[in-house]
Structure formats: C-alpha cells, structure tokens
Design a protein around this ligand. Structure first.
Ligand code: BGC
Length: 424
C-alpha cells in the first residue's frame, strides 16, 4: 500500500512542531493518579488502564504518582501527608471498607461519586452488596473498583514440585502442606517463599493461616468483637504460622513480595502464599499456567474468598476535578476492566464482562467469587481500622523474633479494644 502524500506531510509537521497531543496537554487538562502499582505486573496493568483512558479521553495528561512499596506500605503514609497538607492528588488507590471510610471519607478527604453510578448504569453493573457494604457512607458512594483480588492463594512452582515428587491436587490440608515442606527441606529447598521487607507479606501469610484455622464465622466474629483474639483457635493459628517459619527462605527480610515471587519463578522456593497480584508477575514472566506454576487455596481456606479490592476515589477540592471524573468513569468502563484485570491478576468488579478474555486462573477466581463466602482482609485495610492493621504488623514483626504465641495474641487483644465501631 502506498502512503498518501497528505499523510507524509502530516507526519513531517508533527515531527517538527511540538504539537499538543496526549502527554503534552496544557497544565489544566491533566489528572494525577496516585497508587502503589510499581512491580512488573502492577505497572503493566496500570499502563493498560492509562491506555484505555487515553483512548477514551484523548488530550488529558496523566501524571503517574505511584509510590513503590507493595501493599501501599510506603504510599499510604505519603498520601496521608499530602491529604493533611491540603495538596491531594486528584484520585488515589484505596481499599474499600475500613480504609476508605476511616482514613479518607470520615476525615473529609473525598467527594462522593454517587452520580457517576447513576449516569453510567453502574448501579446494576457492579455487585450491589460490595458497593453498599464497603464503599457507601450516608447513602453516598465514594469509590469505583478497578478489580477484585483474592488474598488466600497458595502459588507453587509446578516443575519444582514435580521434580521433587510432590503432587498437588485441587486442595491441600495443613498436614499435606507440611509434609511437602519436609520433603523439600530434606532436598535443601526452602519450601515457602516470603518477601517481607514490607512486613505485610508475613502478616498476610498469618492472615491466610488464621482464616484456614478459624473459618469464616470466627473470622467475622473476630472483627465484630464477638470472639477474642486470645481464643485458643487464634493461638493454634499463631503456632502454625510459627511452624511455617522453619521452611521460609533465609533472605526473606531482604526481599520485597515480588522478589519472593521471582524466587518462586526461578525455582529457588516452591510455594508462596500471596494475593493474586502474584499472577501478574507470572504473566509478565510469560509463565504457563499449570505447566510452570499452579495455585490452590491457602490450606484450610477452600470455600472462602478474602477480598482485596482496588478502588479509586475523587479528592475533595481535586485540582483537576473534570479530568478526575473522566478517569473514574474510564475505570468503571467495561473496556478498562477487561484490559486491566487479565494483566493484574484480579477479576473485574463489573459482572457483565466477556469471560472469554480471561485465562484459567481468572476463571477459577471468578467461579470462586461467585460461589464462595467473601470476607474482608485485615492486612489490606478492609476489615479493621488502620491502628489495628499496624498493631498486627508490629505483632508479626516481634513474633518472627521471639516466637511468643501468648504475647502475639495479647497484643491483638489490646489492639482490638479500640474497635469495633461497626462491622466492615
Ligand atoms: C493491592 C494490590 C497490590 C498489592 C501489592 C494490595 O494492597 O490491593 O493491588 O498489587 O497490594 O502491592
């Protein structure tokens, strides 16, 4: 095909003149997006959101204000400083539930976006329960979800397990898990990969183990105050969490969560208990599902889905409100949800997406979300106030050193005295 002379002329003009195009828009026409999506898989997924937005709203400059540190371990305090100082980003990543309400809505840092739900038909496109129970305050809705992660997943290096004669079915009990760990240990392989340079990754291993021991009802009771944190069942979970430490990679404190997943990919460790943003790293590394890596529920947690959802807010006095609203509208679109989630490892929050666009892991997670019991995560801010989340991190840090089960439980009892103000 011949290129037309007109096109060539346009190309020359654009090459010479600094034409205002995407990325060169005027100062007014931009949106600052704050998140902590900086690992390989996370950044690729964020880019996919940006691309959809650029297609839907050409001419708006995106300012990517991501702050590195998994789980928002560094980003959330940077954000608080900006919010308190009156210099908010236009929109930021948030977990619904306690985090959204307690840290952003109640102190008055967010504007409701209820109108977006009405004007875009989102009332029916998003799961009503989730929106109502986790993102609504005084009948106003404060965030739109980009996707929903599953927290309680046990990932494994399929080739490494096969090489060591370990078979994984579609579920694993704690006993089976520890038997596999012993076999790997005998072969000189650290069974469990952890990267807790941000301590939340170990807290998440504890959270998953706690759910595996106490079950759904007790989980909800712990966060509503109906069950105490020094209950024998909680102590049993702490003991199991302690036992797991004997199989963890020696360099865990030097690694981030994604470096631990990299160690799994490279066959240096066999398992990792991590939210399904880990899937984003497998995809980024071009690994084949069920051939190179596999997954099951964290032991004992079959039938339960720990929800770790990612939403975006609208800042009160957003410097670029119109562009921020356009960004939120874009995130809630089917196009964005279908572009972002297959890369991020999460499932779309919208229920009307084209399932054929998703791989086997996502199909598994979507099925689980549809039939299993959903519970909120504490480590990712949904189930309890920030002070409790921090107390859990501190208790885990100390426990990794002293292995004192009673001290761990008592620290949580003390921390829980300040809540619940209400159920998540
Ligand atoms: C977020 C995920 C993110 C993970 C690791 C979680 O808190 O919900 O989107 O990928 O942290 O950074």
């Amino acid at each position: 095909m011949r290129t037309s002379p007109l096109l060539i002329a346009f190309a020359l003009v654009f090459a010479v003149v600094d034409v205002p195009f995407v990325g060169h828009a005027s100062d007014e026409n931009k949106v600052e997006v704050f998140s902590w999506w900086t690992s390989g898989g996370e950044a690729a997924a964020l880019d996919a959101l940006f691309s959809v937005f650029e297609r839907q709203d050409p001419g708006v400059q995106i300012v990517n204000a991501a702050v590195a540190g998994g789980g928002g371990s560094a980003a959330r305090s940077v954000l608080q400083t900006r919010l308190a100082g009156g210099t908010p980003p236009d929109t930021w990543q948030t977990h619904p539930g306690s985090e959204l309400r307690g840290q952003y809505v109640e102190p008055g840092f967010c504007e409701p976006i209820t109108d977006l739900y009405k004007s875009n038909g989102w009332d029916t496109a998003f799961p009503k329960e989730l929106v109502l129970s986790l993102m609504t305050e005084d009948r106003q809705i404060y965030a739109v979800l980009a996707g929903i992660h599953r927290g309680n997943v046990l990932w494994y290096n399929a080739r490494l397990l096969e090489k060591n004669g370990i078979k994984v079915g579609d579920r694993m009990t704690f006993d089976q898990f520890f038997a596999a760990c012993d076999k790997l240990k005998a072969a000189g392989i650290p069974a469990l990969g952890v990267g807790d340079s941000g301590v939340w990754a170990s807290a998440q291993l504890f959270e998953n183990t706690l759910l595996g021991v106490v079950g759904t009802k007790s989980w909800l009771d712990l966060f509503s105050g109906a069950m105490q944190w020094d209950d024998p069942k909680v102590k049993e979970a702490i003991k199991l969490f302690g036992k797991m430490q004997d199989y963890v990679n020696a360099d865990h404190a030097a690694l981030s969560w994604d470096q631990a997943i990299k160690a799994l990919i490279e066959g240096k460790v066999a398992f990792s208990s991590m939210g399904d943003w880990a899937d984003g790293e497998f995809l980024k590394a071009n690994l084949k599902e069920k051939v190179d890596f596999g997954w099951i529920c964290h032991p004992g947690t079959d039938g339960v889905f720990i929800i770790i959802a990612d939403g975006f807010t609208l800042a009160k006095n957003a410097p670029h409100k119109e562009a921020a609203l356009a960004w939120l509208k874009s995130i809630g679109s089917k196009e964005a949800q279908e572009a972002f989630n297959p890369i991020k490892g999460s499932i779309p929050a919208r229920t009307d997406v084209d399932r054929s666009k998703f791989d086997a892991y996502h199909q598994w997670s979507m099925d689980s979300f549809a039939k299993d019991k959903p519970v909120p995560s504490c480590v990712h801010g949904e189930a309890a106030p920030a002070a409790f989340q921090q107390a859990l991190n501190d208790a885990v840090t100390l426990f990794l050193v002293d292995r004192d089960v009673d001290r761990f439980a008592n620290a949580l009892v003390r921390a829980a005295r300040g809540f619940p103000a209400r159920n998540p």
